[in-house]
Design a protein around this ligand. Structure first.
Ligand code: ZN
Length: 89
């Protein structure tokens, strides 16, 4: 597709993105997503402060890329290990 940005690495920390299978009841259905699971990723580490300051929520998010639609966005996480069990290698 023309003009579509394809990510193999995180634009925030340059770590390799991992293929991640969303839960079947998520809004992404069974479309494989690519997610940055680097715990030092700026996007993720800043997210904890952002969520706390704005929503008083102890959560963050990780960089997510949908290779089907080319869309990127946050994947909400509630702990450092959240979603890691769904990494597909
Ligand atoms: Zn990252």
């Amino acid at each position: 597709m023309k003009g579509k940005t394809e990510y193999t690495n995180c634009p925030h920390c340059n770590s390799k993105l991992f293929p991640w299978m969303p839960p079947v009841d998520s809004s992404w259905g069974e479309n494989l997503q690519y997610v940055c699971f680097d715990d030092d990723c700026e996007y993720y580490t800043r997210g904890w402060n952002h969520m706390w300051e704005n929503y008083k929520a102890k959560s963050s998010y990780r960089f997510r890329y949908d290779p089907t639609t080319g869309e990127t966005g946050p994947l909400p996480v509630w702990s450092e290990n959240a979603h890691k069990d769904r990494i597909t290698l």
